[in-house]
Design a binder for this molecule. Structure first.
Ligand code: 4GO
Length: 279
């Protein structure tokens, strides 16, 4: 997948995303990242890219011309695809709020163009002309679209097959099933007197899966009740299966108890035990 970023601060983009997992994915060629300096496309002899807003008001606006010409250069460099125009994402507090579902959708594209504004924003006419998706990363105002673009690129890139070493770790985390992630533990087994939950040491993978899902559900119910309700509505069969499982366990326990009582009418309480003295 190829990310193209139109920005006045290309170094910020390149340096912010070349580390760790994304850095390795770029080296491996699974993703490419290109930051195009909008300033390189201005026809202004002083390399100016901004001007005062018509009608007055605070601050400066990015002008349409350099943004449009930078966009055309990038679009012309992308091999034509049958499904039409490349999606162009403008980062703005006025956009639709970015989430995991959007990250998954965008990850299906071969190329994405991000447009980063600065100052008070960009001349509306060029936005109308080229932008396909207006996206916000949350309800706050930033000085530029670069950080939101980087946030989106990180979230999208990790959904591209092969970017995460472990095939299922992209799918298996917070939000991919609309639940928060279960707690995780690594060595040592005891730290500051706190023990790793016993079930995780049991080697019983079915039990572990069950425990993790229960932890996820309980966390989500406590911290994000609206996500929990959505999951519960879409996974009603889970509660039916859980009820059946618990019923089976109750029956098994009762059977064991009855068997023990038949063999030893004292209920397994031996002579001189604390329980007997208590009675
Ligand atoms: C995006 C862009 C916030 C977001 C931005 C956000 N602030 N919440 N600022 O995703 C145009 C000039 C918008 C600065 C930019």
């Amino acid at each position: 997948m190829n990310f193209h970023v139109l920005t006045l601060f290309p170094d910020m983009i390149m340096q912010g995303l070349n580390t760790s997992i994304l850095g390795r994915s770029m080296e491996a060629g699974r993703i490419t990242l290109e930051a195009v300096n909008i300033r390189d496309y201005t026809i202004n002899k002083h390399k100016k890219v901004d001007d005062y807003p018509y009608g007055g008001g605070a601050g400066m606006l990015m002008q349409a011309q350099p943004v449009y010409d930078a966009y055309l250069a990038v679009e012309d460099s992308i091999p034509k695809k049958s499904s039409g125009k490349t999606r162009v994402i403008y980062l703005t507090p006025q956009g639709k709020t970015f989430d995991q579902g959007m990250a998954k959708e965008f990850a299906k594209e071969e190329d994405l163009i991000f447009l980063c504004g600065h100052y008070e924003g960009i001349d509306e006419r060029v936005l109308e002309e080229i932008v396909t998706d207006f996206v916000s990363i949350g309800d706050y105002v930033l000085t530029g679209g670069e950080l939101p673009a980087m946030v989106m690129i990180d979230a999208i890139a990790r959904m591209v097959p092969g970017v995460l070493g472990n095939q299922d770790s992209g799918e298996n985390e917070s939000f991919s099933n609309n639940l928060l992630e279960y707690p995780q533990y690594s060595r040592p087994e005891v730290w500051q007197g706190k023990k790793v939950p016993e079930v995780l040491l049991s080697g019983d993978h079915k039990k572990i899966e069950e425990w993790r899902l229960e932890q996820s559900l309980e966390r989500t119910r406590q911290l994000r009740p609206e996500l929990y309700e959505k999951w519960a509505g879409e996974n009603q069969e889970y509660f039916v299966r859980k009820e059946k499982r618990e019923e089976r366990r109750r029956k098994k326990l009762l059977k064991q108890l009855k068997k023990q009582t038949a063999v030893n009418p004292n209920g397994g309480v031996g002579e001189g035990s604390a329980s007997e003295e208590d009675t």
